[in-house]
Structure formats: C-alpha cells, structure tokens
Design a protein around this ligand. Structure first.
Ligand code: HEM
Length: 368
C-alpha cells in the first residue's frame, strides 16, 4: 500500500507541468541550493527516500506474504482450543475399576464387635448365595446377574429376611465406587468374606449388570426350604446344575454364622467358631449326637447334647448325614479339609457365575 502510494507520488511529480511553473520552481530550487549549504547528514534526502521505499516495500512484502500465515496460525489456535473444550466435555472413558481396592474396602467392613459374632462375613456369604441361588438352568432365569434382590418381590421374600443388613452394610462401597454393579458387589463381598475368615481364595470376575426393574425378578420359592427333605434339596440344586458332591460342598458354608429367630425363625449357630472358615460343619455333623430340640417353640430343628445343646442343625443339614451318597461326601470333607476347600471353591465360583454372560475381556481375580 505504502509502495503504491509512493509510486503514485513519484508519478505525479513526473507529470509535465506548465513551463512557467517549472521555470519558477527551478529557480527556487537553485536559490535554495545556494543559500543553504546542506549539512553532510542532512544532505541525504535520497537515502531517506530509499529507506522509505525499502521500508514500504518491506511492509508490503511482510503484509502480503505473512498475513495468511498469521491467519492460519490463529485459526489453528482456535481449532485447538475448540478440540480441547470438546475433549473436556466429552464423556470420558471410565478408568478401569481396581477390584482389589474394592475388595480391600469390603474387608474393612467385616469386623464389628456389636454385630452378631463380631463379623458381617457370614451374612455377606449368605447374600452372595441367595442372590445367585435362584438360577434355573432350564430357562436361564434368576442368578446373580441383575441384582434383582433390590426390588420388592425378592427383597420381601421370607427366604431373604435379614439380608437387608448385608445390603445396607455394603452401600458405602457402592457410593465410593459407583461404577461397580450391585450384582458384582454382592458376589465379590461373599468371596472377600470367605477369604478374610480363613477360607480359600475363590477366583472372581466382574461383568454382571444390574436389572432396571422388578420385572427381572425370578419367581419366588426357588430358594431351599430348611424344613424339607433330600428330595427337595436335590430338586433345588439340580435345577441350578449342581450334583451331589457339589451340594454337600456348598452346605459346608454353614460352618459360618447363625440362625436368627427374627429372620428364619431358627436359632443358634452350627459350630463353635462361626466366623472362621473350617471344615467343622462336617466334623461336628459326624461327631455330635443330634436330637430334635426340646423346649423350643420355633420351627423344628436339631441340637447336640441330647437336644438341649448350644449348636444346631437344620432338617436339611441332617439329610447330609441320612442320605447315603451325601454322607459319603460329608466323610470325605471331614477327613480332608483341603479337598473341601477345593470343592467348595469351584462350586461357589460356579454358583456366583450361573447365567452370567461375562464380557470377553473379563478375567478372574484371585485375592491375596
Ligand atoms: C438346603 C440348603 C440350605 C438351606 C435350607 C439353608 C438355610 C439357612 C437358614 C435357615 C439360615 C438361617 C438364616 C437366619 O436366620 O439368619 C441360613 C444361614 C446361612 N446360610 Fe444357609 N441354607 C442352605 C444352603 C446354604 C448354602 C449353599 C450356603 C452358602 C454356600 C449357605 C450359607 C449360609 C450362611 C453363611 C448362613 C449364616 C448367615 C448369618 O449368619 O447371617 N447356606 N441358611
């Protein structure tokens, strides 16, 4: 622009003028040249002009050549800013949940001197079992997937009385790790409890999802009734896909916890150390003499010491002793705790995974 203006000015001065004007101008210039001896520095009207030309040309060059570059980098900066903002707003891929950390936090919740025998472990195991034990292999309904015990038909089922205690105890874990499904949380709690109470490390994997409504609840009456016989026990466990050895192995979990009159109506624990995972269920079942409990107005149950003892067995537990095939496994597990740990571990894992479609990348976690 400057260069063009400069060029226009040069052109204008070069335009022929009337002779009189030129003559007057030439005389004036001559006078000026004679009267004012120009100082050496000041004599540089030509260098100034050259400098002006150069500056103008430079400015023109700079303007013409660099403007697109400036524009481009400004546009780039704008684009970068927009991309960064979009990235911030976009829902971030959640960090994979560290289930070992979740397990460690569950372990912290187990002990409480004011609760039962000092631990929530047994009721966590029962929650995991009842959440899973509704499975029907014939149609794939029920099972731990869905955590349907959150909904009233299943939560209010008499068979699940008292399990709200376990579910409520686990709520802070769900609040701390909202990413975990209830179905994963309840099953993991069972696995953590068994491990913490001295049992085997049962491999566990994540991937269960939660149902959104009660419509997913299985029909009631799928959990076993403690007052019934071996036929009923087999019907319930065969429906899930377990054989006799697996049934007896699972039943050994009654080494833990106790019966509560305000939950099931029964009372007393099965063993003398109800917060330690040992094969004492089988050894006591074999060694004690069991009689129908006397002076008891609750549902019929068995106690030791001629029926007035301090530990108990449910009618379904006694079937483990009275059925020839079941009894053979009671003997095996009473004599070999490791054999029971192994059998329990695989049957409990199977129970917790019944009917679950795990994602392909799901991997077993074994707690240390
Ligand atoms: C025929 C099968 C079974 C029957 C009839 C049965 C029945 C019962 C009953 C009536 C109670 C007492 C609940 C209460 O009053 O709080 C109980 C507790 C318990 N059951 Fe079973 N059960 C069976 C199988 C299992 C299995 C397979 C497991 C685990 C693998 C299990 C784990 C437990 C535990 C840990 C408790 C103690 C809960 C606590 O202390 O709060 N049970 N069971």
């Amino acid at each position: 622009m400057f260069a063009r203006a400069f060029a226009r000015a040069v052109t204008r001065t070069a335009t022929p003028r009337p002779a009189t004007t030129n003559a007057i101008r030439a005389a004036a210039l001559r006078r000026a040249a004679l009267s004012t001896a120009a100082p050496s520095g000041g004599s540089s009207k030509i260098p100034i002009a050259i400098a002006l030309i150069a500056a103008s040309a430079g400015a023109y060059y700079y303007g013409v050549q660099s403007y697109p570059a400036i524009k481009q980098s400004a546009e780039q900066a704008k684009a970068d800013k927009a991309a960064a903002a979009a990235e911030e707003e976009a829902p971030k891929e959640p960090e994979p949940l560290d289930y070992r950390k979740v397990a460690a936090d569950i372990a912290e919740l187990l002990d409480d001197v004011d609760y039962d025998d000092g631990s929530y472990g047994p009721v966590f195991v029962r929650l995991a079992w009842h959440a899973s034990g509704t499975y029907n292999k014939a149609d794939g309904t029920g099972g731990s997937n869905g955590a349907t015990m959150r909904f009233s038909p299943e939560a209010a089922d008499g068979a699940n009385a008292g399990l709200d205690v376990a579910r409520n105890r686990l709520e802070p874990i769900k609040a701390k790790y909202p990413q975990i499904s209830y179905a994963d949380l309840w099953t993991l709690a069972g696995v953590v409890a068994i491990k913490e109470m001295g049992g085997p490390s049962i491999p566990w994997k994540a991937g269960r999802t939660d149902a959104v409504s009660a419509a997913a609840c299985p029909p009631q009456g799928r959990l076993p009734d403690a007052s019934k016989d071996r036929k009923h026990v087999r019907e319930v466990f065969n429906r899930m896909g377990f054989d006799d050895r697996e049934i007896v192995a699972l039943m050994g979990a009654h080494v833990l916890g106790r019966c509560h009159p305000d939950r099931s109506g029964y009372h007393l624990p099965w063993t003398y150390n109800p917060t330690t995972f040992t094969n004492a269920y089988y050894t006591l079942l074999q060694s004690e003499s069991w009689k129908k409990e006397k002076n008891w107005d609750g549902p019929m149950q068995y106690t030791n010491k001629k029926g007035s003892g301090d530990i108990m067995m449910l009618p379904t537990d006694m079937e483990m002793l009275w059925d020839r095939t079941f009894k053979q496994y009671v003997k095996e597990f009473a004599n070999d705790e490791q054999a029971w740990f192994d059998a329990f571990s695989s049957a409990f894992k199977k129970l917790l995974e019944l009917g679950v479609q795990f994602p392909a990348e799901a991997q077993d976690i074994v707690l240390e």
